[in-house]
Design a protein around this ligand. Structure first.
Ligand SMILES: Nc1ncnc2c1ncn2[C@@H]1O[C@H](COP(=O)(O)OP(=O)(O)O)[C@@H](O)[C@H]1O
Ligand SMILES: [Mg+2]
Length: 347
């Protein structure tokens, strides 16, 4: 008997070595052999299907992990947006009356200045005709004026008022940017001004950028686009933060250049830094979820994968880059001005 299953062969050698095989026994052994072979086949099929299920399970788990991470990241960003909008609202009110009171104060001061001018002229006129006791009174007034440095105060007041007013205007701009950054929709298409989005985002990160890089803005004349503005702001924030970190890692006086323009029905946004750049071997990984070169706790590796999802999947746009290690990186966003009706989320 050839081609016997190896287990059956072993058992035959052990138990049936000297047995003469009758036709019945022969048929029986043949049947058992077939059962062994069928069993092997079934086991193989089972193993393969378990393997496939395990692989599918791991793939699904990976997807869930990525989605979870992205959700956490987006929640965080949305949270920051809401928090800053809340703070901005709180500041807005007192800012309003500080500004209006300052304007009133300026009017009052102008009146007081005019009045003091009149008093000074009257004193001068009086001096010419005053009796001795009256002269003494005038001297008292002059003495008080000098002691309290009234003339100096009067000249200083204009600067103080101007500085305070410009300080309040700056606060107003920051508050408006915070409100602007958080105002946009994250799930509905709206008319979105990309240039304003860039300015709002820069205002949010200004205190981080200030000491690390000079910002070179070249914002072109571009139309409003149809976009989920809150999401585009998140992309801008991620790209600008990455650029700043790349500059920080290189310890140079950084330059962050942001340029926008319109071409063939799309708006483009170029974000360039002179930071550490990206090694060629990393280029194919940077949009992969969880890919990060930053120390644990510093990077999540989700910024660019979220940016890709928002620009490419949600807005039918493009995100590409150009980078040279040690020289710097440019990220290029292309966003269509109009959205096709079949884009996910268009309402
Ligand atoms: N402007 C940049 N300059 C240099 N490297 C960058 C830049 N932007 C992204 N990278 C690289 O891509 C990786 C992934 O970026 P990202 O998805 O935002 O995650 P994270 O910033 O949390 O690391 C970064 O860890 C970094 O190595
Ligand atoms: Mg990042």
């Amino acid at each position: 008997m050839d081609n016997l299953h190896r287990l059956l062969k072993r058992q035959m050698n052990k138990y049936l070595e000297d047995v003469v095989l009758t036709d019945e026994l022969h048929a029986f052994i043949f049947a058992v052999n077939q059962a062994y072979i069928d069993h092997d086949k079934d086991r193989l099929l089972l193993e393969r299907s378990i393997e496939i299920s395990a692989r599918e399970y791991h793939e699904k788990m990976d997807k869930i992990r990525i989605l979870q991470g992205q959700l956490v990241q987006q929640e965080k960003l949305a949270g920051i947006g809401q928090l800053s909008a809340g703070i901005a609202h709180e500041i807005n009110n007192p800012l309003g009356y500080a500004q209006s009171n300052l304007a009133t104060l300026k009017k009052y001061l102008d009146k007081i200045k005019g009045f003091l001018q009149t008093v000074a002229e009257a004193e001068k006129d009086l001096q010419a005709i005053a009796t001795e006791p009256e002269q003494k009174i005038l001297q008292r007034i002059e003495h008080a004026r000098q002691k309290n440095k009234i003339d100096l105060i009067m000249t200083d007041l204009d600067d103080l008022m101007a500085e305070s007013a410009s300080g309040l205007v700056r606060i107003e701009r920051i508050v408006k940017s915070l409100l602007g950054f958080a105002r946009h929709r994250v799930n509905t298409f709206e008319d979105y001004d990309l240039n304003q989005g860039i300015l709002d985002t820069l205002a949010i990160v200004n205190n981080k950028i200030k000491y690390l890089a000079a910002v070179d803005q070249d914002l072109g004349n571009i139309p409003c686009i149809q976009a989920m503005g809150g999401l585009i702001n998140q992309v801008l924030l991620n790209l600008i933060m990455n650029a700043i970190q790349a500059i920080q890692d290189k310890s140079v006086k950084g330059i962050l250049a942001i340029k926008t323009f319109e071409k063939d029905g799309s708006v483009y946004c170029l974000i360039t830094d002179n930071g550490i750049g990206i090694p060629k071997t990393n280029l194919e990984h940077i949009f992969t979820p969880f890919f990060t070169t930053k120390p644990v706790g510093m990077g999540t590796g989700l910024g660019l994968s979220i940016a890709y999802d928002i620009i490419v999947n949600k807005h039918a746009g493009e995100i590409t880059l150009d980078s040279a290690e040690g020289v710097g990186t440019t990220f290029i966003l292309r966003l269509p001005v109009q959205q096709e009706k079949n884009v996910v989320g268009l309402q």
